[in-house]
Design a protein around this ligand. Structure first.
Ligand code: SRM
Ligand code: SF4
Length: 565
């Protein structure tokens, strides 16, 4: 049997799971702290990861064995990041009552809770559903949270794009009843606690073994690629004529995860495939999913993502397969492409007489300490002003539907809890994001969200000295090469490679259309800013008019950049 024919162990687990059930039900009832290996894989489809706090691992004196302090990360599916104040209040309550008292706004416009112990897991997922949110398919080998520009503009386009995110999320969600059976039933009677759930006994789109790997979808606008569309398996770029949405240029095969030691893996930007009308968009998405389902690599999860299928078979082959599954030919892409990235931070008008405020949350982490009370501020804002809440792909929050008369009140609530207004944050901090990494992420090699703020502190000083403090460029840090904060197409990417050391990438773009290159490997954290300093200086002195930092690095090329050092 060739490598491709031999199924990976996760395939066997999915096949035997009876549509995502496995033995999760009985293991949930057992008086244990954690699940068995097969169920850990299946739990992901239900929106939860078994983790352990890597800092509280203790070594028993007898066996010398590591005993883990198990807990669960629970991720919610929030298409286009759109939710209500009541939803956010429910997450804040849950994190305080049964989580680690923090909430993470993710790079895919979703919410994560950490530190849920096994005996609270069912309660956690049920309460999320009770308020009308879901964790189903937030993780696992299925279509994940669908991203779309969250800005609440009444422009006739955004609402359609956001609705498509919702429609795709619902259409591509698993139909197995397992989710309802396991999480939304009474422990004693087994009765459903919440109406809904499909009556299907099979998966019409996915089949028994779901997809070979995770699958990600995003929808962008030409003047606003705030979702980083080219890093997704499936992307839609709105095509607008005379103010009307006439369709989408569909992209396929983006994805950033890589294992540097395995040469066949690499970050890739998506390719432009074909044009579809708004009416075709969901069916085209389904066809793309089905082609990956049937032709994606199920033998080696390292190359199971759609990007490897598109790269190995070619975009023409892929498009013809999609057309075959769709049952019709698609038109070619128009020339429309993404040209800007709006992070939606600060005040902006919605176009209906109301305002929204983009609130920059540093690395998406909501917590309270003696200096800053993110959670208290959000509780007050959500209780007093009740804005609609929208999450951005840069880990931040939009407060929507704010009346003119309430603008100052909102600002006072933010300032009252020691938090900076978005306008008070430096440009470089505003455009920086970091992944979770330590202590919860089992794959983390280095710190990320806990150390990026201090790296940015140093960067602010140098940029100020050079008069570059107003320059807009993205800085993205991750604790390992998986790329959860999308470092590989940023102006500056910092990727954890060895303890306390990072690979420094340069030359991407703020609009996400170009991959960065490795400038220097294994840079100790304290050397990051000193390494960048001569390049910032050269940028100030040698840049062309209006040239961005990423474009400058790309034009110079790495040999010249290294010479500046
Ligand atoms: Fe991610 C795995 C966190 C967005 C690529 N990611 C993980 C896990 C679940 C670690 C694990 O497998 O045990 C991390 C959980 C850490 C924790 O303690 O919470 C994790 N990923 C995150 C989040 C929370 C980062 C953040 O700080 O915001 C993001 C959650 C998004 C969401 O709401 O769904 C997150 N992950 C991403 C992105 C960015 C994106 O999708 O726009 C990427 C790069 C794009 C891509 O998918 O290619 C990304 N995560 C990965 C990979 C590499 C996948 C690959 O193709 O190789 C892994 C590991 C894997 O799948 O094997 C991973
Ligand atoms: Fe964990 Fe690596 Fe993702 Fe960071 S990039 S959250 S360290 S998997």
């Amino acid at each position: 049997m060739s490598d491709e024919e031999k199924l990976s162990p996760v395939e066997i687990i999915k096949e035997a799971s009876n549509y995502l059930r496995g033995t999760i039900g009985s293991e949930l009832r057992a008086d244990t702290t954690h699940f068995s290996k097969p169920d850990i894989q299946l739990l992901k489809f239900h929106g939860t990861y078994q983790q352990d706090d890597r800092e509280t691992r203790v070594t028993s004196s007898e066996g010398g064995k590591s005993e883990k302090s198990f807990s669960f990360m629970v991720r919610c599916r929030i298409p286009a990041g759109i939710m209500t104040s009541d939803h956010l209040l429910a997450y804040l309550d849950l994190c305080d009552e049964i989580g680690n008292s923090t909430v993470k706004v993710t790079t895919r416009q979703a919410i994560q809770l950490h530190g849920i112990i096994k005996s609270d897991l069912k309660k956690c997922i049920r309460r999320i559903n009770d308020v009308g949110q879901s964790t189903l398919s937030a993780c696992g080998d299925v279509n994940r949270n669908v991203m779309a520009c969250p800005a609440p503009y009444h422009d006739g386009i955004r609402p359609q794009v956001q609705k498509l995110a919702y429609d795709l999320a619902m259409h591509l969600a698993p139909k197995s009843k397992a989710y309802h059976e396991l999480w939304l039933t009474d422990d004693e009677t087994g009765e459903k606690t919440l109406a809904g759930g499909s009556d299907e006994f099979f998966e019409p789109i996915y089949g028994k073994v779901y997809l070979p790997r995770k699958f990600k979808t995003a929808i962008a606008l030409p003047n606003d690629n705030c979702v980083d569309v080219y890093t997704n398996c499936l992307g839609y770029i709105a095509v607008i004529r005379n103010g009307e949405l006439i369709g989408y240029n569909v992209t396929v095969g983006g994805g950033l995860g890589t294992t540097p030691a395995i040469k066949k893996t690499a970050p890739m930007l998506a390719r432009r495939m074909a044009f579809c009308t708004p009416e075709q968009a969901v069916a085209v998405g389904e066809a793309v999913v089905k082609v990956q389902r049937d032709f994606g690599n199920r033998g080696d999860r390292k190359v199971g993502r759609l990007k490897y299928l598109v790269a190995s078979r070619g975009i023409e082959w892929f498009r013809s397969k999609v057309e075959e599954y769709l049952g019709e030919k698609l038109a070619d892409c128009t020339s429309d492409d993404v040209t800007e990235h709006n992070d939606h931070i600060g005040w902006d008008q919605q176009g209906d007489g109301k305002w929204f405020y983009g609130f920059n949350v540093e690395n998406g982490r909501l917590y309270d300490n003696e200096n800053r009370q993110w959670k208290k501020a959000l509780r007050d804002i959500c209780t007093i002003l009740k804005p609609e809440i929208r999450l951005t792909a840069h880990q931040s929050i939009l407060f929507c539907n704010i009346e003119e008369k309430d603008k100052q009140k909102l600002e006072r609530l933010i300032k009252g809890y020691g938090l900076p207004l978005s306008e008070e944050i430096s440009t470089v901090r505003r455009w920086s994001i970091a992944c979770v990494a330590l202590p919860t992420c089992s794959l983390a090699i280095t710190e990320s969200e806990r150390v990026l703020p201090s790296v940015i502190d140093e960067m602010e000083v140098e940029l100020q000295k050079l008069g570059l403090e107003k320059e807009k460029f993205t800085v993205r840090m991750t604790g390992c090469p998986n790329g959860c904060a999308r470092p590989y197409n940023a102006d500056i990417g910092l990727v954890g490679k060895a303890k306390g050391k990072y690979t420094l990438f340069l030359g991407g773009t703020r609009i996400g259309t170009r991959l960065a290159f490795v400038h220097k490997d294994l840079v100790p954290m304290e050397q990051i800013v000193p390494t960048l300093k001569p390049i910032f200086t050269a940028f100030r002195d040698l840049r062309q008019p209006e040239e961005s930092f990423g474009d400058f690095c790309n034009r110079m090329g790495n040999t010249r950049l290294q010479a500046f050092a």
